[in-house]
Ligand binder design. Sequence first.
Ligand code: DAH
Length: 340
Amino acid sequence: MISNDLQDIERRAKEELERDQSAAELENLRVRFLGKKGELTAILKQMSTLPPEERPVVGQLANRIRANIEQAISARGAEILAISAAKKLYDEKLDVTLPGHHHDLGNLHPINSVLHEVEEIFLGMGFSIAEGPEVEYDYYNFEALNLPPDHPARDTQDTFYISDKVLLRTQTSAIQIRVMENHKPPIRVIASGRVYRSDAVDATHSPIFNQVEALVVDKGITMGDLIGTLELMMKRLYGEDAKIRLRPHHFPFTEPSAEVDIQCFNCGGKGCSMCKGEGYVELLGAGMVHPKVLETCGIDSTVYSGFAFGLGLERIAMRKYGINDMRLLYENDLRFLEQF
Ligand code: DAH
């Protein structure tokens, strides 16, 4: 019976639809059942064998079944689409409430930030930056700086010797000689770096610390230029109220020489426990470059003069930030370092 065959087609089509998973499988199924060469068409071709009065009935049934199958295919198609969209959404889901990855931001070590400040100040005055080695010849560290081998001031520097002639530099002043050997005046340089001394560690001493050295050589350079430069640097570093004073001192490589103090921030010069009653605290050493040092470097001391100074960066940073123990600067404790 044709009508039985038709109903069988509908049943099988619906059964297969349940199993189909993809849009391609659905299309395949549509072609097989409803296409020009499909099963339904094949059965309709047998209509001519039916008695005329049955034809309209079977024809109607065939149309209804075609419509049913088409409707079922499109419903299943929508379902498959919805399932794949839901799966895609699930696979690509992003939980915006999950805690993020925290990245700690680093910051400059107080020694480096003070160094950068000092460099900025001097670059702004037309200085350039010079460098020298940490493993240095005795010649640059001492001899050319007017400290011959038997000079008593060598003792105060507690030198680490590597051999008779080679040592760990005790002062960035060694760089002055290297600069003057290689450059004709006018010279305006600053140089920074680690220096080494055989000191025991305590709140104000370390066998390795950092210095910044300044050197100016030109015609007509005076002590006034030195004082003006120091005042400007200290006001930039510590504020307009910063007051300095110079005390006579001795360094073999400068004449005259001075130690430079800054007025105590704590008591404003009256004297307190922080400045040990002095009203001032020592910051650096300075002076007019000794004529012998200029001559050693091939610079005519009857034509040129110069000033120089050297300061400890740790000391500057400690004063600036109110740090009372130098060891804090080297321990790399983030709880300390993150405060700057
Ligand atoms: N080099 C000296 C020191 O380490 C500091 C110093 C003093 C540097 C006087 C200078 C200077 O350039 O002129 O104690």
